[in-house]
Design a protein around this ligand. Structure first.
Ligand code: DQA
Length: 144
């Protein structure tokens, strides 16, 4: 089983960026945590992060050609604006879980809409880095 973990804008700044909201762990720490967890479960996992919406669309499309079985996606701020990411997920029709590190539902009103949630089968918020682990496990259980 092959999973893609896709992170959007500013998630490369984890550890520096608003640590009171996103924690002190870096993007590299996040990748290591997921890689280790997936390793113990025999899940093949790859990672992409971009600050550019079009790149994220391309990574989702590429997942189709790479025969990825599941996508874990944190679109960052594009969560709240991007119909293009929603359409890309619909186009490839790969099972996907949406993750947010912070408790988005308790934050500003402009964060209350998520376009990708119209496609994703599950949304996990406010669990920090462990949300990604839960998302991987969910997809692994479903796809087994
Ligand atoms: C985020 C929440 C978004 O509102 C924000 O724009 C982010 C990170 C999260 O992981 O909590 O960049 O997706």
């Amino acid at each position: 089983m092959k999973l893609l973990v896709l992170n959007g804008p500013n998630l490369n700044m984890l550890g520096i960026r608003e640590p009171d909201i996103y924690g002190k762990g870096t993007y590299e720490d996040l990748v290591e945590l997921i890689r280790e967890h997936c390793g113990t479960k025999g899940i093949e996992v790859s990672f992409q992060q971009s600050n550019h919406e079009g790149d994220l669309v391309t990574y989702i499309q590429q997942a189709y050609f790479d025969k990825v079985d599941g996508i874990v996606i944190n679109p960052g701020a594009y969560t709240h604006t991007s119909v293009a990411l929603l359409d890309a997920l619909k186009a490839v029709s790969i099972p996907a879980v949406e993750v947010h590190i912070s408790k988005v539902d308790e934050r500003e009103s402009f964060r209350q809409i998520s376009y990708v949630s119209y496609y994703c089968e599950k949304t996990i918020t406010g669990k920090g880095f462990m949300g990604y682990i839960e998302a991987c496990d969910h997809l692994a259980d479903k796809l087994k």
